[in-house]
Structure formats: C-alpha cells, structure tokens
Design a protein around this ligand. Structure first.
Ligand code: HEM
Length: 226
C-alpha cells in the first residue's frame, strides 16, 4: 500500500490525527514543566532555562519544524475528517450512542473542530506575544541574556490577558481529554479493560495540564508585579 493510500483511508487519517496530536500533547507536558519555573520569585532559573533552549540552535529549529509540520497535518486532517463525517451523517444526532451503549461522542467530541480552531488561533497569538514579544535583557553569570521572565510577568499583569489564557487553557483541557482517548482508539490500543483506563488516564492528564497552565497566569497576576 502506498503512503497516499494509507493516509487517504479513514483509519489512516485518524491515525495521523492521533500521532500528530500526541506529539503536541508531549510538547505541552514538557512546556508546562519548564514554565513552572516562572513561579519562582527569582527570574534566573527560568531565564537560564529559556536561554539554554535558544542556545540549542539547530536542534531547536529541528524540533520547531517537526512541531509546525505536525500541527499543519493535524489541522488539515482534522478539517478533512470533520467534513467527511458531516457528509456521512448530515442529520444531527440528539443522543450519541454506540453499538454497546452510550457513546463517548459527547460535548468534547462534537466540539473538537471548534476548540481546535480556537487553540490554533491562540497559538499564533501566544508565540507572537512571548517568543516575538518585548525583548528585555538581563545579566546572568556576566552574560547578557533575554529577560523572558519579565516579558511574561508584564503580559500577565493585564487581567484581560489572564482571562484569555484561562479560557483557552480550559478549551485545551476539553480538546485533550477527548483527544487522548480518540488517539489511542485510532492506534488500536484498546480493549475491555484498557479502554476505560485510557479514558480515565487521558482525562486526568488533560485536567492536570489545564490546571497547571491556568495556575501560572493566575498566580503571576496575583503574586507578580514587575
Ligand atoms: C500558562 C501558559 C503558558 C505560558 C506561560 C507559556 C509560555 C511560553 C513562553 C515564555 C514562550 C517563549 C519561549 C522562547 O521564546 O524561548 C512560549 C513559546 C511557545 N509556547 Fe507557550 N506557554 C503557555 C502555554 C502554551 C500552550 C498551552 C501551548 C500549546 C500546547 C504552547 C505552545 C508554545 C509554542 C509552540 C511556543 C514556541 C516554542 C518555540 O518556538 O521554541 N504554550 N510559551
């Protein structure tokens, strides 16, 4: 079977959606862990960490390229699958049921395309605000480095920005809670006992990520002050 045939089939598309989604979920976990250093009152650990990342040079560009490609594929295939699903089932189901009872096709499933689109827009705004945001500098170990900590603290001193982040992070949790479960289904990792476990584990990880990402701006807003 050719590449185009595999990823042109319904299961191929869902597989691609799952793998690209999981790569972003993996990034989100790493990103949250790194960003927790923003909670220190001392800006040095976070600025050192951010400087370390940028000093990776080629490796960072490689990871960024993989992420961008992964996101574009995720985005394109999500639209494809949604349009195909709509064509196949033009009528709106009142209650979503599967062959073995109530389907997991609840609010988060139906809303995947909308939460996804809002998160896509969020990402563009987010990278523009921080990565390409105000460039302050500071001295660490006698070297002038970017004071990204100050950029972030300044941004979250505005309650409108904090509110926007809180709303988007709740959407992220909703998107991921269904995404995890769906990705494992597409990868064929399921079973009588495993499916409920994956469903619960996916929900727990999604909630932890959302809570962690919500906590940072709220904490900075109340405790910060540059
Ligand atoms: C409280 C929430 C968040 C905070 C405080 C935060 C903070 C930051 C900061 C400071 C940067 C700039 C890093 C640099 O230029 O070295 C950044 C970049 C980035 N963030 Fe976030 N972030 C948050 C949530 C998210 C979420 C939920 C995602 C998506 C899963 C995300 C995806 C990205 C991406 C893709 C970059 C660009 C990375 C790169 O090109 O090197 N962020 N974030």
């Amino acid at each position: 079977m050719q590449f185009t045939q595999v990823f042109g089939s319904t299961i191929g598309k869902k597989l691609l959606l799952g793998v690209t989604g999981l790569s972003w979920a993996g990034f989100a976990i790493g990103h949250l862990v790194g960003n927790l250093q923003l909670l220190y009152t001392d800006p040095t650990p976070f600025n050192k960490y951010a400087h370390f990342l940028t000093s990776l040079g080629g490796l960072l560009y490689f990871v960024e390229s993989v992420l961008v490609l992964s996101l574009l594929l995720h985005f394109l295939y999500a639209i494809k699958v949604t349009l195909e699903n709509k064509k196949a089932r033009p009528d709106k189901y009142e209650v979503h049921r599967s062959a073995k009872g109530v389907s997991k096709r609840g609010f988060s499933t139906a809303s995947m395309i909308y939460t996804g689109l809002l998160l896509f827009i969020f990402l563009i705004i987010h990278i523009n605000n921080f990565k390409y945001g105000t460039f302050y500098t500071t001295m660490i170990d006698g070297k002038e480095v970017r004071d990204l900590y100050k950029t972030v603290y300044e941004y979250y001193s505005n309650p409108v920005n904090v509110f926007y982040y809180v709303a988007m992070m709740i959407l992220l949790g909703t998107h991921l809670s269904h995404g995890f479960w769906s990705a494992f289904q597409s990868l064929g990792i399921n079973g009588k006992r495993f499916t409920p476990f994956i469903y619960s584990a996916g929900t727990v990880v999604a909630v932890l990520l959302a809570v962690g990402f919500v906590f940072i701006p709220v904490y900075i807003y109340y405790m910060g002050g540059v």
